[in-house]
Design a protein around this ligand. Structure first.
Ligand code: ADP
Length: 689
């Protein structure tokens, strides 16, 4: 069988589409995020690298400029030292004209605002600037004491100090004056103006977050822009640019020790001088534009991601909806093909008719059975093949269909070939799209009718034969008693008259014959009883079970006494539908057996009880006797079936067969439950009275 919708599942196709879309969306989002991150990072690197390059070249340019300035300062100092040297030393050259001479020397050097010559005592003997008499000594200045105490002719750049004349900060550049005998003769001091560099370099340093600083290579700050009052003269030995092994020029990053801002630094040592110039940029300000750009870019990327997510979610929703619809469609297609398959292969005929009783669908079975080849049922009215259909009754049937009833009836159908057969119809109305259709399931019941008829005939024959048999058994057993009585009577007479002459053996034979006659009589009586059960069809009437038990107990009074048995009869035994006499016989047999098959080692105890089970009563007769092995539970209800020898337990093997016949004639069942050596319980059911 092929069922549509199992092979090419549109639901699965949709699922694949959803997966591809999801993968695509995730890829786009990942790509956007990655590209944006990369671009932001790239821009930042570009800004930083650009800034670093310019800082480095700027620091070089400023270092060169500084170097040139200090070189010319060095030349002036050297020339002054040369002028002060010679016989007599400083003392010989100190004259009022010296001041003028010195003044002329510093003309054209804006970075110098003073040139001083001091003798070996530190007294200023010449100065390019006018110095009040009380301040004309530099003997306590470090730049003086250094040269006084340290022989050597090299140019020394001192730490920043304050001018005695006007309080300005100056960078002293000094050289020792040495007499021909090598003794200390004084100092030439050029006052370099750091403010010159500060204002000069400020014009080339970027205005936004840019800074410039000039250090001595021992990390003493000489000048800075923007101005850092109080910081000039401080030693910043911790800065990485002064770390041991740091290259003479390069780049550095880190927080500024002055304002704490993270800075990007380019530095260069001044060739030939123990000076270092650095130019730095505030990173926060440098990256401000980049940051704005990055925010814009991130925002654009976020918007793109949101758009992708929203579009994907909407599309996924659509796909999922389509998927659900496709799945539902596939399921209904599958159901449809299952239903079609069932209809095509059903053994019963299925017909759909409209409200005019005209066929608009007939399944394969209906076409085959009713039309045969070359005919069609479609459009035909029901009376075309339903022999009992009458158009007058159709409205009534429709009314019942409309009321939701389903109709079941038997009718006769005629095939197109003229064959008539009995049919069982079950029909019901279905409403769809505002229209009403009636579906009929039609079963050809010819075979059933045939077997019903055959069964009825067989039953009738069986009943007749049963009745005949029972009649025979009754008559036979009844008529057999007469000759048996004769045999028994004559044997008794033989014993009475000739008993003495026969001797002991003859008397024993006669006793056997008498015993046999008695047993045969009992057998015949029991058989008679058996055949009598149900022979006359007496109606069942309500009978009190308690009464039947009482009657049976009266008949068994002697046996109860002999057995010393205790019989427990449940109170309130119910009323049952029965034939009183047969019920009495049933109880007598069961209670009699309970007494007869008692256990030799314990006093017999019999229990009679009943309980209600729906519209039936379940009666039980239990004992504590010898019990029955399970394999005999069925056998004991068959006629002449005994489990013991006559010597042990007397009997004919008919008692339980009679019980079964009585119970079954009453429409009930009888069975036994037992445990060997412990006792048995016989159960039977009767209808409630
Ligand atoms: P009978 O008693 O005449 O032999 P039944 O038809 O009454 O015949 O019983 C058939 C067999 O079932 C008995 O031979 C006996 O072995 C067994 N039987 C019947 N009732 C009991 C009982 N209450 N306890 C044990 N065995 C029983």
């Amino acid at each position: 069988m092929t069922v549509a919708g199992t092979g090419d599942d549109p639901g699965r196709r949709q699922l694949g589409g959803a997966r591809v879309l999801l993968a695509l969306a995730i890829s786009v989002v990942v790509a956007v995020v990655a590209l944006t991150t990369y671009e932001v990072w790239r821009q930042r690197q570009a800004v930083l690298h650009g800034a670093q390059r310019s800082l480095l070249s700027l620091s070089r340019a400023l270092a060169d400029h500084t170097g040139r300035a200090f070189a010319s300062v060095g030349l002036i100092v050297d020339a002054t030292v040369a002028a002060m040297s010679g016989p007599g030393g400083v003392a010989a050259r100190a004259s009022p004209a010296l001041d003028e001479h010195l003044r002329e020397r510093i003309i054209g050097t804006p970075y110098l605002f003073g040139l001083v010559v001091a003798n070996a005592r530190g007294e200023v003997v010449g100065s390019a600037r006018t110095i009040p008499p009380d301040r004309r000594s530099i003997h306590e200045r470090e730049s003086f004491t250094f040269h006084r105490d340290t022989p050597g002719s090299e140019l020394v750049i001192g730490g920043p100090s304050t001018s005695k004349i006007d309080g300005r900060t100056l960078i002293p550049v000094t050289r020792r004056l040495t007499r021909p005998d090598g003794s200390f003769d004084g100092v030439v001091l050029a006052a370099v103006d750091p403010a010159y560099f500060e204002s000069e370099f400020a014009s080339v340093v970027p205005t936004e977050g840019g800074a410039f600083a000039m250090f001595r290579t021992d990390a003493t700050l000489l000048a800075r822009h923007p101005a850092a009052p109080g910081e000039v003269g401080r030693v910043f030995a911790r800065l990485p640019i002064f770390a041991a092994g740091a290259p003479p020029r390069g780049l550095s990053r880190g927080p500024s020790p002055i304002d704490g801002h993270p800075r990007l630094i380019g530095y260069s040592q001044v060739d030939g001088y123990p000076l270092l110039v650095n130019v730095s940029l505030d990173e926060v300000q440098l990256l401000a534009e980049w940051r704005e750009n990055a925010i814009r870019l991130t925002l654009a990327a976020a918007i793109a991601v949101v758009v992708v997510v929203v579009v994907t979610t909407v599309l996924l929703g659509e796909i999922r909806r389509d998927e659900a619809i496709s799945r539902a469609l596939a399921i209904s297609e599958r159901r449809l093909s299952l239903a079609q398959f069932a209809l095509d292969h059903a053994a019963d005929m299925v017909l759909w008719v409209d409200r005019d009783a005209r066929v608009f669908y007939a399944n394969a079975a209906a076409c085959e059975r009713l039309c045969g080849a070359g005919h069609s049922l479609l459009g035909m009215r029901l009376d075309g093949f339903d022999l009992t259909f009458s158009p007058e009754h159709w409205p009534e049937s429709l009314r019942r269909f409309d009321a939701g009833e389903s109709l079941r009836f038997e009718t006769e159908y005629r095939t197109m070939g003229g064959e008539i057969f009995p049919a069982e119809v079950s029909a019901r109305l279905m409403e769809a799209d505002g229209e009403c259709y009636i579906c009929g399931f039609v079963r050809d019941i010819s075979a059933r009718r045939f077997s019903e008829a055959a069964l009825a005939e067989k039953t009738a024959r069986l009943e007749a034969s049963n009745a005949e048999l029972e009649q025979f058994a009754y008559v036979a057993s009844h008529d057999l008693r007469e000759p048996l009585r004769m045999v028994s009577g004559f044997v008794s007479m033989l014993a009475k008259r000739y008993g003495e002459q026969l001797g002991p053996e003859g008397r024993e034979f006669i006793a056997f014959a008498q015993d046999g006659a008695v047993r045969m009589d009992r057998l015949i009586l029991d058989l008679l009883e058996y055949s009598r059960v149900g022979r006359i069809d007496r109606p069942l009437v309500p009978v009190a079970l308690g009464h039947a038990v009482e009657v049976a107990m009266r008949g068994l009074a002697v046996a109860v006494r002999d057995a010393g048995a205790e019989v427990a009869i449940a109170p309130d035994l119910p009323v049952v539908l029965a034939n009183e006499e047969e019920l009495g016989r049933l109880m007598l047999n069961l209670i009699g057996n309970a007494l007869k098959y008692r256990h030799p080692e314990r006093a017999a105890r019999v229990e009679i009880a009943a309980e209600s089970r729906g519209d039936e009563v379940l009666v039980s007769v239990g004992d504590n006797g010898i019990g029955i092995a399970p394999q005999y539970f069925d056998r004991i209800f068959r006629i002449f079936q005994r489990l013991h020898s006559r010597e042990r337990y007397d009997g004919t093997g008919i008692g339980l067969a009679i019980c079964k016949k009585i119970v079954e004639r009453h429409g009930g069942r009888i069975w036994v439950e037992s445990v060997e050596d412990q006792g048995s319980r016989f159960f039977f059911t009767l209808r409630k009275g």
